[in-house]
Design a binder for this molecule. Structure first.
Ligand code: NOJ
Length: 546
C-alpha cells in the first residue's frame, strides 16, 4: 500500500448536509454546522467524510440538480465556510471526499440555459437532443424517476434526454468539451484541498448509440458500460496528479466491468459502490435472504482479493434504514442494528457509515403525503394513485421504501427537534428521539453508538481485520453469516445471527477461540454453539498448541 492509498485503512462517514446540524437556525443543516461537530466525528473514529451534494442547485432532486459546480448552495453557507470546514477536518486528520454529479446538470445551469435557447450555441452539444415536434417523443426510454426520459424543447424543435427528472438534463459525454469541463472542475476542488470524489451515477454516462426503442425502457438504454470507459479516462490524469481517491457510484455494474474499472494500473476508480446486496429485501422472501447475501458478498470479497479493494456499506441517502429493511426494528432494534454493523464492517474493504446509522436509527415511517420531500417518492405516489392503487397502500409502501426514511435530521439530544436546530426542520424527525440520539447513546455502554465506536476501533487496530483474507464459513442455513479474516496466521472469526430466532450450529468449532466483542451482555446464554437472535460475535482464534 502506498501513502496515496490511505483509503484502504480508513473508515468513511457520509454526511447529508441538509440534515446533519443547523448552525444558523433556519431548519436546514449547513457547513458551519458540520464544522461545529468535528469533535463528534473524531470521537467516532472515522477517517474521512463524504459530503453529499452541497452545490447550488434547483432543489428538485435534493442537490443533485447542480446549477454551479464551483460554489456552495447559500442554504449550506459559502466557499469560505467550505474552506474552513476542510481546514478543521484536516486539522484532526479527517479527509474530505465530495460528491460530483457527472451525468446531468440542472436545467438552470448556464450551460443548459444557453443550450436550450439556440441550436448553434457552443453549449448545445453539451446535452443530448433529438428532433421532436413536441408531441412525438424520440423513443420509449424512461427516466429513473418514472416518466419519459425526453422533454420537448419548443425553442429548438427538439427534445432533450434526462435519465432522472426533467429538471436534470443529461450531459453529452461524447463531447470532449464536457469531459474537459468536468476534469477542470475536479482540479478546481483539488485546489481547495479535497481528498477525493464520490462520482454520482457513473453507470448512466453512455447511452445506446442508435437511440432505438428498448425492451426495458427504464434501464436498457444506458449501462453501456464498455462505452463509459473512455469518458472516465478523461478524469484519470487530474485524479492521479492530485492523488485523489475516486469512488464511483456504480449501480448495476457487472463483475467483469467492475474489475476493469478498478484495475490498479489502468482503471478509473479506487472504490465502487455497487448495490445488489442492499436490494434483496425489495424482492426476496424472506426479506433477508441470508444465503443470497452470503453468495453476493462473498463473490465480491473473493473476486477482488489481492487485486482491488471493496467499498462496504449498508446505508446511504438513497436507501431506507438498514435496521428497518434487513434488521428487526420491532423485537431487536438495538441488537439487530449492532449485528448488521459487525456483519458488513469487518469484511475486507473500506466501510462507509451513513449519518444516523451509528445510532441505529430506523425508518422515519412517515404517515402522510405532506411529510415527504423526496421527488422520487412524490412521483411514485402520483403514479401509483393514477394506476388506481389505494392511498393507504401507497403510503404504506413509501413508509418502507422512501429515500426520506433516511434523510431526517440527525438527533443530537432528546430535546426539541433533536437538538438539530432551534427552528422547525425542513423534514420531520425519526420517532424514538428520547433514546436514539447522540447524547443519550454516548452515555450508554450498550448503545448502538458505543458498539459502532468499538467496531471502528477494532477494524483499524487489527491488521487482519483490515487486510486479512476473507473466507466464508458456509453454514448452509438462512440465519447465520460466518466468516474468517486471516493474516499471517492470525485468525479472526465473525459470527452473526441475522435472524430473530435462536440459531444452533455444529458447522464450526469455537473451542479454541477467545470471544473479543459481542453485542450481548455478559449474563446472556454462553453456549458457544447457540447463537441468540441478532447476536454478533467477534472471535480471535487461538493457535492450537502442537
Ligand atoms: C444518485 C444520488 O445519490 C441520488 O440522490 C440522486 O437522485 C441520483 N444519483 C441522481 O443524481
Amino acid at each position: 500500500m502506498t501513502a496515496t492509498e490511505w483509503w484502504r485503512q480508513a473508515v468513511g462517514y457520509e454526511i447529508y448536509p441538509q440534515s446533519f446540524f443547523d448552525s444558523n437556525h433556519d431548519g436546514i443543516g449547513d457547513l458551519p454546522g458540520i464544522q461545529s461537530k468535528v469533535a463528534y466525528l473524531q470521537s467516532l473514529g472515522v477517517d474521512f467524510v463524504w459530503l453529499a451534494s452541497f452545490y447550488p442547485s434547483g432543489h428538485v432532486d435534493s442537490g443533485y440538480d447542480v446549477t454551479d459546480y464551483r460554489n456552495v448552495d447559500p442554504q449550506f453557507g459559502t466557499l469560505a465556510d467550505f474552506d474552513a470546514l476542510v481546514t478543521a477536518l484536516h486539522a484532526v486528520n479527517i479527509k474530505v471526499v465530495i460528491d460530483l454529479a457527472l451525468n446531468h446538470t440542472s436545467i438552470q445551469h448556464p450551460w443548459f440555459q444557453a443550450a436550450q435557447r439556440d441550436r448553434t450555441s457552443a453549449y448545445h452539444d453539451y446535452y443530448i437532443w433529438r428532433d421532436s415536434d413536441g408531441t412525438t417523443l424520440p423513443n420509449n426510454w424512461e427516466s429513473v424517476f418514472g416518466t419519459s426520459a425526453w422533454t420537448p424543447n419548443p425553442a429548438t424543435g427538439e427534445a432533450y434526454l434526462h435519465s432522472f427528472a426533467p429538471e436534470q438534463p443529461d450531459l453529452n459525454w461524447e463531447n470532449p468539451a464536457v469531459q474537459r469541463e468536468m476534469a477542470d472542475i475536479v482540479q478546481w476542488w483539488a485546489n481547495r484541498h479535497v481528498d477525493g470524489f464520490r462520482f454520482d451515477g457513473v453507470t448512466h454516462l453512455k447511452k445506446c448509440a442508435d437511440f432505438a426503442d428498448v425492451a426495458h425502457p427504464r434501464t436498457d438504454y444506458y449501462r453501456d458500460l464498455a462505452g463509459v470507459g473512455p469518458y472516465l479516462a478523461a478524469l484519470r490524469p487530474v485524479l492521479q496528479r492530485n492523488h485523489l481517491v475516486a469512488i464511483g457510484e456504480a449501480g448495476g455494474i457487472d463483475m467483469a466491468t467492475a474489475k476493469q474499472w478498478l484495475d490498479p494500473e489502468n482503471g478509473y476508480f479506487d472504490l465502487l459502490l455497487e448495490f445488489d446486496h442492499v436490494h434483496f429485501w425489495e424482492t426476496a422472501e424472506p426479506k433477508l435472504p441470508v444465503a443470497d447475501l452470503r453468495a453476493n458478498m462473498s463473490k465480491w470479497q473473493v473476486a477482488l482479493e489481492g487485486y482491488a479493494w471493496n467499498a462496504l456499506f449498508i446505508e446511504n441517502h438513497d436507501l431506507p434504514r438498514a435496521v428497518s429493511y434487513y434488521g428487526d426494528g420491532t423485537a431487536y432494534p438495538r441488537r439487530s442494528a449492532q449485528a448488521l454493523g459487525m456483519w458488513y464492517m469487518l469484511m475486507k474493504g473500506t466501510p462507509f457509515i451513513y449519518q444516523g446509522q451509528e445510532l441505529g436509527l430506523p425508518n422515519a415511517h412517515f404517515k402522510r403525503l405532506d411529510d415527504y420531500r423526496d421527488l422520487d417518492s412524490l412521483n411514485y405516489y402520483h403514479r401509483q394513485l393514477a394506476a388506481g392503487v389505494p392511498e393507504t397502500a401507497i403510503l404504506a409502501q413509501l413508509a418502507t421504501k422512501s429515500r426520506d426514511n433516511a434523510r431526517t435530521p440527525l438527533p443530537w439530544t432528546p430535546d426539541e427537534y433533536g437538538g438539530f436546530s432551534t427552528h422547525q426542520p425542513w423534514i420531520g424527525l425519526t420517532p424514538g428521539l428520547a433514546t436514539r440520539n447522540v447524547a443519550t447513546e454516548q452515555q450508554d455502554p450498550h448503545s448502538v453508538l458505543t458498539f459502532y465506536q468499538q467496531l471502528i476501533q477494532f477494524k483499524k487496530a487489527i491488521p487482519a481485520l483490515q487486510s486479512g483474507r476473507y473466507e466464508l464459513i458456509d453454514t448452509q442455513d438462512n440465519q447465520l453469516y460466518v466468516y474468517r479474516r486471516t493474516l499471517n496466521g492470525d485468525n479472526w472469526q465473525v459470527v452473526v445471527n441475522m435472524s430473530s430466532q435462536v440459531a444452533t450450529t455444529q458447522e464450526f468449532d469455537l473451542t479454541a477461540s477467545e470471544l473479543i466483542l459481542t453485542n450481548l451482555r455478559v449474563d446472556a446464554d454462553s453456549d458457544d454453539q447457540v447463537i441468540q437472535p441478532w447476536e454478533a460475535r467477534l472471535y480471535h482464534l487461538r493457535k492450537v498448541e502442537q
